[in-house]
Structures are given as structure tokens and as C-alpha cells.
Design a protein around this ligand. Structure first.
Ligand code: GLV
Length: 323
């Protein structure tokens, strides 16, 4: 019997590729090649399994052409790049990578908040430009976190990991979510549930987006929310760019209607809205929340394992990360 063919859309940690080499015949694409739907549509019919990135557009029309394909394993927890209902109709399994990136993302959200609340970006640019002439009592004053309210939109695994860290910094946790958390989790975080996102935005000193991108969360942070947010408040986004109306956010930052934003994700990656690039107190990072050696390897192994299991006919109920 011929070995199954596996396409990995771009280079990932070596030992994950070595693991999949034992499962089938692996092809690794060059960075960016499969960010195009046309290339994917053309090549995917030759493969039994796909490991793709969050930038790979796995649309219905791509899946319809891929007659041998049995599984799409996303090298990410968020899978808004995949038409899951089309895959289901076509009998193609979809896997993602929950849990393994939770702690890295929790750390990163905290770091992004601290960098933004204490103006790391503007202050570092100031220093590198040769403007540091000595300690100043009024230079780069920021917002202290102790006693402030962190409003988390989307209190799943990553939202909770961020909440635990923020609580250790003395912040008070508020959250909105599709459903209220069980009381034991709420009490361990001393978290208060606020079902209405507008009310959450009104009460929060920091508003953090930790929800998936869905039709309901697209542009959840719009002009109305930005107008409601207090003037001293900060927005943090490590979820997906389109959860925020970027142009309106840039305007709010330039006008000073909120005081800062820490963004790891953008509406049209890799493009960043030019008005954000020039906005004050804005920490902009290139989608790296899960980027640690340990986590990227764990992401790869979890996705690879789903491929191995599906190709060997394992029952769906035994595969932990199918969506
Ligand atoms: C990264 O953004 C992920 O969804 O894993």
C-alpha cells in the first residue's frame, strides 16, 4: 500500500516533521506559498492530510477539490481560516491545538499589558533615537495595575490564564463570555461576570480580547465600544485582528479617547493599518503570543498526532483535538 501523502504548508519544528516522516510521505512548503487559495486549490488534491497555518485559507472550494483529503490539522488553536462546516459535509476532519499554548499566551498577554501600560514601545524608541538626557520625574508616566479592573472578553482557557496572572498583579477581574463560568472557577479568580460587553467596556481599565473570531465577534470592538471605554483605558488584543475595527481604533488612539493598545493581531495580516503604526502608545507585535520553543513544538506534535490518528483510522472519540 502506498504511504499517505502529507502537506505541511511551511517549515515547523524539525522533530514534528521527523515524527510525521514515520507516518507518511511529507512535503514541506515554502513560507507564504500556501497563503494563496489558488496554490492550495491546485496542490491539495495530491494529499491525504494537510497541516496548515492560521494564514492558510482553507475554503469550501479548496476542500471540494481535495478528493483524497482526510484531515486538516491547523497549527493553531483558532481555526477561523478553515471552513469547518464544508469540511464536515465533505467528511474531512478538522483538528486544532487547544491547551498546549495556554500558558505561553497567558504570559504574553500579561507582558503586552505591562509593556503598554508602562509605554515600553514609545520609551524605547525615544531612547534609541538618542533623546534620553537623564532621569525625569514626569517622563513616560504609566498606569499602575494594582487595583485596576481587567475586563476579559472570552473567558476560555487563555482568558483564564491571563486572569490568573493579572490577579497576582493585584488586578480585579471582570469578564463576559458566552456562558457564566462555574462558581469554583469564578471564586478562584474572584471574577465578576458581566454579560453585556458594553457594560464590561464601561467598567474596565483594561479591556482584553480573548475570544475566537466568529461572525458574532467580528468588529466587536467598534466605535460604540471605543466611545464607552474610559479615556484612561487600554485595549489588549491577542485573539484575532478582525475582532477590532482597526481604523476606528487608530482614530481613537490618535484622538486620545482611550490611552493605549497592545496588539498582537491585525485585520489584514501581515499588513498593519498605517494609522496604527503612527498611533501613540501602541504596542504592535507580529502575532507571536504562542512563540516559544516549547509551545511551538507542542502545537506541532498535537496537530501531527491528530494526522497520525486519522490516517490510521482511530475512532474520532479517541482523538482529543478534533473540532
Ligand atoms: C494563534 O493565534 C493561534 O490561534 O494558535
Amino acid at each position: 500500500m502506498s504511504r499517505p501523502k502529507i502537506l505541511i504548508t511551511e517549515p515547523i519544528p524539525d522533530n514534528v516533521i521527523e515524527y510525521l516522516d514515520r507516518v507518511g510521505e511529507v512535503t514541506v512548503g515554502r513560507k507564504g506559498t500556501y497563503d494563496s487559495e489558488d496554490t492550495l486549490r491546485k496542490d491539495l488534491p495530491n494529499y491525504d492530510a494537510l497541516m496548515c497555518m492560521l494564514s492558510t485559507p482553507v475554503s469550501r472550494s479548496v476542500l471540494e477539490q481535495a478528493s483524497s483529503l482526510k484531515i486538516v490539522a491547523n497549527f493553531a488553536v483558532g481555526y477561523n481560516n478553515i471552513d469547518v462546516s464544508a469540511a464536515k459535509e465533505l467528511g474531512i476532519k478538522v483538528a486544532n491545538t487547544p491547551d498546549v499554548l495556554t500558558e505561553a499566551c497567558g504570559d504574553f498577554a500579561m507582558a503586552l499589558l505591562m509593556a503598554t501600560s508602562r509605554h515600553f514601545n514609545d520609551a524605547e524608541q525615544y531612547l534609541r533615537a538618542g533623546n534620553f538626557k537623564g532621569w525625569e520625574p514626569l517622563g513616560f508616566l504609566g498606569m499602575e495595575l494594582r487595583g485596576k479592573k481587567l475586563g476579559i472578553v472570552g473567558m476560555g482557557r487563555i482568558g483564564q490564564a491571563f486572569a490568573h496572572r493579572a490577579k497576582a498583579f493585584g488586578m480585579n477581574i471582570l469578564y463576559s463570555n458566552r456562558s457564566q463560568l462555574p462558581s469554583d472557577i469564578e471564586s478562584s479568580l474572584e471574577a465578576e461576570y458581566i454579560s453585556d460587553v458594553r457594560e464590561l467596556a464601561r467598567q474596565s481599565d483594561v479591556l482584553s480580547l480573548n475570544c475566537p473570531l466568529t461572525p458574532e465577534t467580528h468588529h466587536l470592538v467598534d466605535k460604540e465600544i471605543l466611545d464607552i471605554m474610559p479615556q484612561h483605558s487600554i485595549l489588549i488584543n491577542i485573539s484575532r485582528g478582525p475582532v477590532v475595527d482597526e481604523e476606528t481604533l487608530a482614530k481613537a488612539l490618535h484622538e486620545g479617547s482611550i490611552s493605549g493598545a497592545g496588539l498582537d493581531v491585525f485585520e489584514e495580516e501581515p499588513t498593519v493599518h498605517p494609522e496604527l503604526l503612527s498611533a501613540p502608545n501602541c504596542t504592535l507585535l507580529p502575532h507571536i503570543a504562542s512563540a516559544t520553543y516549547e509551545t511551538r513544538e507542542a502545537i506541532g506534535m498535537l496537530a501531527a498526532n491528530a494526522i497520525k490518528q486519522v490516517l490510521s483510522g482511530t475512532d474520532d472519540s479517541e482523538i482529543s483535538n478534533l473540532v
